[in-house]
Design a protein around this ligand. Structure first.
Ligand code: ZN
Length: 172
């Protein structure tokens, strides 16, 4: 058990600090705090739900793998996390386009801008925008992916019921 409490509000930076020191509970908290803005961003860039969900998995795997590399003197934890989402979404979209998975098309939000081309503001907008996904998606993605043996070795899993009750999924 980690030598710190998980009650009350831990800042994003505190979570990453604790994750870097091996606390998987804090990783779970970080996931529940950020899965939705990361998914929103991925979906806006890729425009495909299942591909966006895959990107969310990639993002949190990378965060876990690189958990010791966050430097609070460079930027906020939120920016650090969302940049994984941004760049991995772009990478996936390029990959899909190259495979001609679907044709490039204009942004459908009505503002005529491609969200991938307006990064800083886009990140802010994505975080602040209303959710595009239903409640409970985080748990579903997480547990689905954790069923594979490979992910069990590389990514911590947790009982869904414990996560939902301890971390107040409905509250974020
Ligand atoms: Zn912790």
């Amino acid at each position: 058990m980690a030598g710190h409490q998980h009650v009350g509000l831990l800042t994003d930076e505190a979570l990453l600090h604790n994750i870097a020191h091996g606390c998987e509970d804090c990783f779970d908290l970080l996931f529940f705090r950020f899965f939705r803005p990361v998914l929103n961003m991925a979906f806006k860039i890729i425009r495909d739900r299942s591909e966006a969900e895959d990107v969310v998995q990639e993002v949190f795997l990378s965060i876990h793998e690189q958990r010791e590399r966050f430097d609070p003197s460079v930027g906020t934890a939120r920016t650090w996390v969302l940049q994984f989402g941004y760049y991995k979404s772009l990478k996936r979209r390029t990959y899909l386009w190259n495979r001609q998975f679907y044709a490039p098309h204009v942004d459908e939000d009505g503002d005529g801008r491609d969200p991938a081309l307006v990064q800083p503001e886009f990140i802010q907008r994505s975080v602040e925008e209303k959710e595009i996904v239903e409640q409970g998606l985080a748990s579903r993605i997480y547990t689905e992916k954790c069923r594979t043996e490979r992910d069990h070795r590389t990514m911590p899993c947790f009982p869904q019921s414990r996560a939902a009750s301890n971390y107040g999924v409905a509250a974020f």
